[in-house]
Design a protein around this ligand. Structure first.
Ligand SMILES: [Fe+2]
Length: 195
């Protein structure tokens, strides 16, 4: 289940008041990119893609956190009955479906960590999961970035970025470009995008 577009926008606005920061506009940019790519992609619903993009980081409502924003987002969306958004809160940080290459701090409780581990094992990733992973790596907080630029920014902030994760991001871009037969930066309007 998913909220409507208007409900999702309201949820993000409220969350932003609880923990103001660059993450909320990053979420909006992720949503816009996801919507535009989904419009061109056979079998993906662009409205759903927008909503999932908007809510992927919603766990940040509960304060500045690293891994915890994943379990917080998952639990928050599940508590509202939005299981599809909950799944995205979980999968967006793990493009290899493993905790091994998570680059932030492990700031969860043991139970929260177990929740993430268990869900990651049982989940089957689909094109929505892959789409939000891609858009998360394109979306800055003010503009759409080159994937390499964005990864370099994360690397600068965290001090490292696993090569496998880097490769996976580039593969995701290639996957969507092959499917839609167009350059991703052109599809999302990278150079003219305004928030
Ligand atoms: Fe994100």
């Amino acid at each position: 289940m998913l909220p409507t577009r208007e409900e999702a926008e309201k949820i993000l606005k409220e969350a932003e008041k609880c923990n103001p920061g660059a993450w909320s506009n990053h979420s909006r940019i992720t949503a816009c990119c996801a919507e535009k790519i989904a419009e061109k992609f056979d079998g993906l619903d662009s409205e759903k893609a927008y909503i999932l993009g908007l809510l992927h980081d919603i766990g940040r409502k509960f304060g500045v956190s690293h891994l915890r924003h994943v379990s917080d987002g998952y639990s928050y969306m599940m508590s509202l009955g939005f299981d599809e958004a909950a799944k995205i809160c979980l999968t967006h940080s793990f493009n290899s479906q493993t905790l091994d290459d998570y680059i932030g701090r492990f700031d969860t409780t043991k139970d929260e960590l177990r929740l993430i581990e268990d869900k990651l094992k049982s989940i089957e990733m689909n094109d929505y999961d892959r789409l939000i992973q891609l858009c998360d790596s394109l979306a800055g907080s003010e503009k759409i970035l080159n994937i390499e630029e964005r990864i370099a920014d994360v690397k600068r902030r965290y001090g490292q970025y696993p090569q496998e994760k880097w490769n996976k991001n580039l593969q995701l871009k290639q996957y969507f470009e092959n499917k839609i037969g167009k350059d991703i930066y052109t599809v999302v309007g990278k150079d003219h995008f305004k928030i």
